[in-house]
Ligand binder design. Structure first.
Ligand code: DX5
Ligand code: ZN
Length: 219
């Protein structure tokens, strides 16, 4: 099995029909569904919270990859664990307790992810890398779907790959923002292995989009 994973972002789906959207996603053979949680504080936009994730859970066996763009995400660890989140990824910029919060996510039975904005250096997460299952490198500024991929993030991904090797760790590296059938090649070459895609997939026939991304990954 390929170690590459595709994580369609449900932020770009039809919110009135999450059950149908989840079924549609599952049929395309993707591994993850990426669920963007926004609080109108850490980012300007508001999306949905743990109750909506709990409502989705019975309708899908996909890995629920929850990306919390919220301030003080440590306040939501228990509710996301109860909702059935598989991976809970929190922003280093959103809490002064990133180390303890990642420990709590793991203690709650979820996989722990840490994420940094495009302007945040890797040094902000260097000392928690031993705690995480996944590092998410934002390739846009978080808050909205449909923005352009920031190509300079490829250098950050490559530097993270080197850091992972030096530390003898094995976390996944995810990218999020502006991923399409062109930009995915840059992120893949830099060393990412989990690829979030929202508007690219939902603006066309899903299966055609997934196949196009998979073709680049298998190349
Ligand atoms: C951005 C979100 C992304 C978003 C990606 O704040 O974290 O997950 O849904 O959307 P696209 O693929 O359209 O850039
Ligand atoms: Zn996201």
């Amino acid at each position: 099995m390929s170690h590459y994973k595709i994580a369609p972002s449900i932020l770009a789906a039809d919110y009135a029909n999450f059950e149908t959207e989840l079924k549609r996603l599952e049929e395309t053979g993707v591994e993850y569904v990426h669920i963007d949680i926004m609080d109108g504080h850490f980012v300007p936009n508001i999306s949905f919270g743990a109750d909506v994730v709990a409502a989705m859970r019975p309708h899908s066996k996909l890995v629920f990859d929850c990306h919390l763009m919220v301030s003080n995400p440590e306040n939501h660890i228990d509710s996301f664990a109860r909702a059935g989140a598989d991976i809970m990824t929190i922003h280093a910029e959103a809490t002064v307790h990133i180390h303890g919060s990642l420990q709590k996510i793991k203690a709650a039975g979820m996989k722990a992810g840490v994420v940094i904005n495009p302007g945040t250096p890797l040094a902000a997460i260097e000392h928690v890398l031993n705690l995480v299952d996944q590092v998410l490198i934002m390739t846009v500024n978080p808050g909205f779907g449909g923005q352009a991929y920031i190509p300079e993030m490829a250098d950050k991904i490559a530097a993270l790959v080197q850091m992972r090797q030096e530390k003898g760790l094995s976390f996944d590296i995810e990218v999020d923002g502006g991923i399409d059938d062109k930009t995915i090649a840059s992120a893949k070459e830099a060393g990412a292995n989990v690829f979030v895609a929202g508007s690219y997939l939902f603006k066309r026939d899903l299966q055609t989009g997934v196949n196009a991304l998979r073709a680049v990954l298998n190349d």
